[in-house]
Design a protein around this ligand. Structure first.
Ligand SMILES: Cc1cc2nc3c(=O)[nH]c(=O)nc-3n(C[C@H](O)[C@H](O)[C@H](O)COP(=O)(O)O)c2cc1C
Length: 360
């Protein structure tokens, strides 16, 4: 295949280059995968309301999230076990994030430590994604290391008190290879979790709103809650001092039957009412999808699988190319919409798609 022209072509390339087990883990969702499918389908149910005769000679995709300037309103979502997809794993992703000037969220289940990432990608903006493990000491050690390595925010994932059942993994018998390092996850069990299914005993199912306090006190870093899907929980997030919310259903990998994230974004953004940062993920495959999320209330979005398709296809260069394709698509969409910058996009720039009658 010639150089991919969009994220979907990266998906095809990545699938051809990836072993069936890791591919099942990357591509799959929970149970019947209805939420996984809903995430991408939801973008097709909105169309743009472009404004014309606006001077768009100087379009920028630059934006600021929690005080960090990004070259595009797209951050890299936390994705576990990136060493499965490229020998350099998280190091390649981090170098791409630094080069393209965006934030990398580093999973608790990273195969490289925060220090290794900071050394390999000087200046990269790292946010540490936190799973509270069943072992308090291991969680605290992880947080201490994240702070020491220069992470500038904590992303507390709140939609995984127990793990969704990923049937594709079971179908192909996927297990995390025994020799894959898992510096923060392994410490909790004293062994490498060989199968995602064993994470069930690894994460604490008893994390509540009260835990936000000690995490904030331990790290002194802003905390974003990843996995909020209702206005009620957005209100509680504000009350408990969160700096941000990430509207996410974990890429359809947790509660099957949860709504497409795009369908609840406006509800969450309205409840947050500008008091905290509202970010979004799930199903972003095009710059146009990013702009629709901005219109419905997101300050910026995260991409999960598309970045890993780039990683699997061509390491650092692949992740960089995925980000630059999205940046170009965002710039083009902004210009054709009559907007000069991400902050110009508002609710008036989208409308529900008009349902059409299928031919009989
Ligand atoms: C293979 C894989 C591993 C993931 N690992 C984590 C993780 O360790 N922590 C987390 O908070 N979310 C994790 N997620 C969820 C992503 O951060 C993100 O919410 C989701 O992928 C966004 O949807 P998208 O892939 O359609 O962009 C993972 C997703 C995938 C596909």
């Amino acid at each position: 295949m010639s150089a991919p022209l969009n994220c979907d072509e990266y998906e095809q390339l990545a699938e051809a280059l990836t072993e069936p087990g890791p591919w099942a883990y990357l591509a799959g969702g929970a149970a019947g995968e209805s939420t996984l499918r809903a995430n991408t389908a939801a973008f097709r149910r909105w169309t743009f309301r472009p404004r014309v005769l606006v001077d768009v000679d100087a379009v920028t995709t630059e934006t600021t999230v929690l005080g960090t300037t990004l070259s595009l309103p797209v951050l890299l979502a936390p994705i576990a076990f990136q060493g499965l997809y490229h020998a350099d794993g998280e190091l390649a992703t981090a170098r791409a994030a630094a080069a393209e000037q965006t934030v990398m969220c580093v999973s608790t289940m990273t195969t490289r430590s925060h220090h290794e990432i900071a050394d390999a990608a000087p200046g990269v903006a790292q946010w540490a994604q936190l799973y509270v493990l069943n072992d308090d000491g291991a969680t605290r050690a992880h947080l201490d290391e994240a702070v020491a390595a220069g992470c500038s925010a904590i992303v507390l994932t709140v939609d995984a008190p127990v793990l969704g059942r990923r049937e594709r993994d079971l179908r192909v018998g996927f297990a995390v290879p025994a020799d894959l390092p898992v510096p923060y996850g392994a410490a909790a069990l004293g062994r490498v979790p060989h199968s995602p299914a064993t994470h069930i005993g690894l994460f604490s199912p008893s994390v509540t709103w009260r835990d936000i306090e000690w995490i904030a006190a331990t790290t002194k870093l802003p905390i974003l809650l990843k996995g909020v899907l209702t206005g009620e929980d957005a209100e509680l997030a504000v009350e408990h001092g969160a700096a941000g919310i990430i509207v996410s259903n974990h890429g359809g990998r947790q509660l099957d039957g949860a709504p497409a994230t795009l369908d609840v974004l406006a509800e969450v953004a309205e409840a947050a009412a500008g008091r905290v940062e509202v970010l979004f993920d799930g199903g972003i495959r095009r710059g146009g999808d990013v702009v629709k999320a901005l219109a419905l209330g997101a300050g910026a979005v995260l991409v999960g699988r598309p970045a890993i398709w780039g990683l699997a296809a061509d390491g650092e260069a692949g992740v960089r190319h995925v980000l630059s394709l999205l940046r170009d698509e965002i710039a083009l969409t902004l210009a054709l919409l009559g907007c000069s910058r991400p902050e110009d996009v508002g609710r008036a720039h989208v409308q529900p798609a008009v349902p059409y009658d299928r031919p009989a």
